[in-house]
Design a protein around this ligand. Structure first.
Ligand SMILES: [Zn+2]
Length: 300
């Protein structure tokens, strides 16, 4: 029997996904750029921290924003950067719904792990999931750790709450597919000086065996604060529109991988049965194959 290597939908050997946090208003510009070049990704939202509509109508005045719970702190003292203004629920709905992007948890109020009692972590995760599902009328199963905080207990809580993956704030500079979905690492943050070098390596790489993934993460307010929107525009225009790349959200990659892992092989490994509802692609003995949902196919 030849070895079997997963291929992404359409037989593609590469996938690209993005993951951006906090639900700030600059996600609007980011999603416009992503859609222009056909990129997809995941937006991690705190469902307990939307801007209040009255704070938005007075958005010219910083003090009124500081009074709401809709802005991220993080400037030291009691300063709140206007560049980090979160969207109202209505703004978030009209941005993400129908955009093709995944909405995922980031906890209710951006708090998790550390010295929190486990029931508080569970509530932060479960309530966020429940709220987001009601607000966006979709299934929510992913998460990014706020502040990168997580531990084994948090991961247990996520499992209880039906969350299937968690993204850390670490990066690897490599293109390997995740092995531990609760400790997802990115290829890099968008501010990484190696971003375009890594992008070139990814595009040029000839894939013979396992497929590869470019996983980019960050916060859209960083583009505004550092006045470097050209970084993501350049990245998206370089990576977009390529035949060999599957552009997908985090959960689409997770679901596809799990469907592939459900393939059942005959004893001699020459036949495979696809019990999933997803068309699956693979490469074996230098040949591409695909197996439709419920099909039993000779692969070798
Ligand atoms: Zn965050």
């Amino acid at each position: 029997m030849n070895r079997v290597y997963m291929r992404f939908p359409g037989g593609r050997s590469k996938a690209l996904t993005l993951s951006y946090d906090d639900g700030v208003e600059h996600d609007k510009r980011l999603i416009a750029i992503m859609r222009k070049y056909g990129l997809k990704g995941t937006f991690n939202i705190n469902s307990g921290l939307y801007a209040q509509p009255d704070a938005v109508s007075a958005s010219g005045a910083g003090s009124s924003i500081a009074g709401s719970n809709g802005a991220l702190r993080g400037t030291g003292g009691n300063g709140i950067r206007k560049s980090r203004r979160r969207m109202t629920l209505e703004e978030a709905r009209s941005l993400y719904c129908g955009s093709g992007m995944e909405v995922a948890c980031h906890t209710l109020t951006h708090v998790l792990g550390g010295n929190l009692p486990s029931h508080v972590s569970l509530q932060q995760i479960a309530e966020d999931r429940k709220n987001l599902e009601e607000q966006f009328q979709c299934l929510v199963r992913g998460m990014a750790y706020p502040g990168g905080h997580y531990d084994d207990q948090v991961i247990e809580m996520m499992k209880y709450a039906g969350i299937v993956y968690g993204r850390t704030d670490r990066w690897t500079h490599d293109f390997a597919l995740p092995e531990d979905w609760y400790r997802l690492t990115g290829t890099c943050h968008h501010g990484d000086p190696k971003l375009m070098e890594l992008a070139s390596q990814f595009v040029e790489k000839q894939v013979r065996y396992d497929p590869i993934l470019f996983y980019l993460w960050g916060h859209s307010y960083e583009f505004e604060e550092q006045d470097n929107w050209q970084i993501i525009e350049q990245f998206a225009s370089f990576m977009g529109g390529r035949e060999e790349i599957w552009y997908a959200s985090n959960i689409e990659i997770y679901d596809y991988r799990k469907a592939f892992e459900s393939l059942v092989y005959s004893m001699d490994g020459r036949w495979a049965y696809n019990p999933s509802a997803t068309e699956l692609f693979l490469e074996t003995g230098g040949e591409g194959k695909h197996i439709g949902p419920g099909e039993f196919v000779k692969i070798g």
